[in-house]
Design a binder for this molecule. Structure first.
Ligand code: HEC
Ligand code: HEC
Length: 402
């Protein structure tokens, strides 16, 4: 018996990258501001599993599926032997460990794919944006979460197995997944370290991360608004900028409805509310809109086409669900969902000169004019320490025209 290379570098890199991704995905699973990180590690996991499937065919001897192609029966049998304390030592993966690997690979794919689909429906972002409505995404989200829990259970089982095996055969299995070396006899099949493949993997991961956290995310946020406010010192940088696709726009609607106040995107109220608002346009909150018929019709069409019922974004779905079928609210700020979401905002925040009115949506939602109301684009402005003329003049831009 002498120290022998068993795990090639790509396999070790894969193992620890997958483990870290999984841990990071759990840590960021319940936090909207970290969604961009969560989604990143999700895509990373899918990429890693894709690599592993190829490496299982062309990698070194002990990394190939052929070297640990045991069935569930063998896995159970091995488990029984472990329980009796007389399981034989395997230089490569043992039958129970192999089963855990196959289950983890399968679950990674399931969790990764349902994650992409959930993101597409729940947040209307990513590769599957627009494939499902917010309502349909709920089922996908359930599957995503169940898959993740199942994965956690198998991971715990896997770690337990590593500890038990390490004790049973008096060797540190976790360390050998770091160094690649185990004690083996002379006849053991040879493993090539394959450093070049590992370096390429590392570069691909770094490249993907660099692209994701600079270009892929920044491209989508309304950076201009944020930068104005960052410079005026009234907001902190959002944790992670993550704003999805733009909703349909209409210059005429933006001009006409944005002349007195910032526009309220059609997704914020159901179609019947917009119809009523336009029918009663001569008494629009104390003013007369005075649009001619052609203008009225054109604006109304845009609003009805993009009303809350279309569920284009999470906010639209939630607002629509919260309104009783018999109600036709004319104020977004009176819909139950809006009230619920803003109930806990302190009076001092509403009184902030940068906010002034609760209809000043853009004071806290940098994407208000686009109607997306992304979590990542939301930030309550800090009360200006000393109200300087710059701080008062800079923020709260009027309806931005794209
Ligand atoms: C002539 C000025 C004017 C124009 C033009 C105008 N509004 Fe208003 N709008 C107001 C005023 C005033 C209020 C009440 C503001 C407040 O209470 O803070 C208001 C309030 C609203 C509200 C309620 C906000 C809330 O949730 O509390 C909605 C929705 C709204 N307007 C939609 C529209 C739409 C859609 C158009 C274009 C068809 C439009 N407005 C054009 C003056 C105008
Ligand atoms: C004083 C700052 C402030 C103003 C002004 C404000 N909001 Fe908000 N809004 C918040 C905060 C904070 C949350 C997050 C609450 C939470 O996560 O529970 C929020 C959440 C929301 C959400 C839910 C986002 C989601 O998770 O889907 C919507 C939709 C929304 N706001 C719409 C509006 C609209 C429309 C207006 C203007 C009529 C408005 N807000 C004005 C601070 C504000």
């Amino acid at each position: 018996m002498r120290p022998t290379l068993i795990w090639d570098l790509p396999t070790r890199l894969f193992h620890w990258a997958l483990a870290s991704s999984f841990a990071l995905a759990w840590l960021t699973s319940d936090s909207d501001p970290w969604l961009a990180v969560h989604v990143f590690v999700g895509y990373l996991m899918l990429g890693l599993v894709g690599f592993r499937l190829v490496w299982g065919l062309v990698g070194s001897h002990f990394s190939r599926f052929a070297s640990f192609w045991f069935g569930p029966k063998a896995a159970l049998e091995y488990l029984k032997q472990v329980a009796k304390g007389r399981a034989p030592r395997h230089v490569g993966h043992n039958p129970t460990g192999s089963l855990a690997i196959y289950i983890l690979l399968g679950l990674s794919v399931l969790v990764g794919l349902t994650g992409v689909l959930t993101l597409g429906g729940d947040e209307q972002q990513g590769l599957a944006a627009g494939w499902f409505s917010f309502a349909q995404a709920r089922i996908l989200k359930e599957l995503h979460e169940l898959g993740a829990i199942a994965m956690l259970v198998v991971v715990i089982g896997h770690i337990t197995g590593v500890v038990v095996e390490s004790l049973l055969h008096k060797e540190n299995l976790a360390r050998s997944m770091v160094t690649g070396f185990k004690q083996a006899d002379a006849g053991t099949p040879k493993t090539n370290a394959r450093p070049l493949v590992a370096v390429l993997m590392l570069l691909a991961m770094l490249g993907f991360g660099g692209w994701w956290f600079t270009y892929a995310i920044d491209r989508q946020i309304d950076t201009q608004t944020w930068n104005t406010r960052l410079e005026s010192g009234t907001v902190e940088e959002p944790h992670v900028k993550f704003v999805g696709k733009q909703l349909p726009d209409n210059p005429q609607w933006r001009d006409e409805c944005g002349s007195c106040h910032n526009v309220f995107y059609p997704a914020l109220l159901p179609a019947r509310s917009w119809q009523k608002m336009m029918t009663e346009q001569d008494k629009h909150f104390g003013t007369d809109l005075g649009f001619d018929k052609a203008t009225s019709d054109a604006i109304l069409k845009f609003m009805v086409d993009n009303a809350a019922e279309k569920h284009a974004v999470e906010a639209a779905y939630k607002i629509e669900q919260s309104i009783a079928a018999t109600d036709t609210p004319l104020r977004v700020t009176e819909t139950p969902y809006w009230v619920k979401k803003h109930r806990e905002i302190a009076a001092s925040d509403w009184a902030n000169p940068l906010v002034k009115s609760k209809t000043n949506c853009a004071a806290c939602h940098s994407d208000a004019d686009n109607g997306t109301f992304e979590d990542g684009a939301m930030h309550i402005p800090a009360a200006p320490k000393a109200v300087t003329s710059a701080a008062v003049a800079a923020p709260v831009p009027a309806a931005s025209k794209p």
